[in-house]
Design a protein around this ligand. Structure first.
Ligand code: 13P
Ligand code: ZN
Length: 278
């Protein structure tokens, strides 16, 4: 495409949509200060309507092997970006990167103005993209944030992914319908490292949602709405748990009810996540 006929990157749906979603997440209390990060795999033809893909602004060492995504283009949030500011100042708070042919660098095509770097959680994002693509080749989005109730729940609930998922299923009728595949759970680990990236990606082979105990959650999906919707639903269930866990329980959705709901919708749910019948 001729440079002169290129559209403004500031009007690109993948830029405006991240800004809108990040603002909503900030207002929901999921992303205080710079917390949270987003990455979306972009279609090269679509990006070339906005950017000259021959022009690389700078190269950034990524510190792990991303060869499986060589040549792929992603939009990512900048490390330290405040989610409330992404919509108003996207060029400082977002970057469009292409993974180099040898998988060792991010080629910056646009953004990260002022010398910024991609999110410190790039290992977890890139490695999780690789895992999710092996489970669903249309997966595009990895989304991380710190929703209050999910975080709180990891302080007071057993850190067992079967029990954690089952509790969330019990808290809202919709939970099992939205995440019948359950939620993976990792113990507290040092964030921003290749180790937590590898552990997250391992869980992402099996789960679309992964909780980081006492830190936050990762969600994935084909669209930003889908990944965000998964997290929103889990967070709502965690909120109901945190509002009721200390009160006498008078009513409950029984396992039989949950199973009959899942079966009536033909859901491929984690039958092994229900407690064994005594
Ligand atoms: P970044 O600002 O580097 O994306 O880090 C935020 C965060 O949530 C770390 O887990
Ligand atoms: Zn975080």
């Amino acid at each position: 495409m001729k440079i002169s006929s290129m559209k403004s990157i500031f009007t690109a749906p993948f830029v405006t949509e991240i800004g809108k979603t990040a603002g909503n997440m900030y207002r929901l209390g999921y992303d205080e200060r710079n917390s949270g990060n987003i990455s979306i795999l972009l279609d090269e033809n679509m990006v070339s309507e906005y950017l000259d893909l021959r022009f690389v602004k700078r190269e950034i060492e990524i510190g792990f092997d991303a060869k499986e995504l060589a040549g792929k283009i992603l939009i990512v949030t900048a490390s330290g970006s405040y989610f409330k500011n992404i919509q108003s100042t996207p060029a400082e708070n977002l970057g469009i990167i292409r993974i180099s042919a040898d998988g060792s660098k991010a080629e910056l095509l646009w953004g990260l103005n002022g010398g910024g770097k991609p999110t410190s959680e790039l290992p977890a994002h890139i490695m999780s993209h690789i895992s999710r693509l092996s489970a669903d080749h249309d997966n595009k989005v990895i989304l991380h944030c710190h929703p209050t109730n999910l975080l709180a729940m990891t302080f007071v609930h057993e850190l067992d992914e079967k029990k954690f998922t089952h509790t969330l299923w019990q808290m809202c009728t919709e939970s099992i319908m939205i995440f019948p595949d359950g939620i993976g759970l990792l113990p507290w680990m040092v964030c921003g490292t290749n180790e937590i990236g590898e552990a997250t990606a391992e869980k992402m082979r099996e789960f679309r949602l992964v909780v980081w105990a006492m830190h936050g959650i990762y969600g994935s999906g084909r669209t930003l709405d889908e990944a965000f919707g998964l997290i929103e639903t889990a967070e709502k269930a965690a909120q109901v748990y945190m509002l009721t866990a200390h009160l006498p329980r008078l009513n409950t959705i029984t396992d039989e009810q949950l199973k009959s709901l899942a079966e009536s919708l033909n859901l491929n749910y984690r039958k092994d996540f229900f407690p064994k019948q005594k």
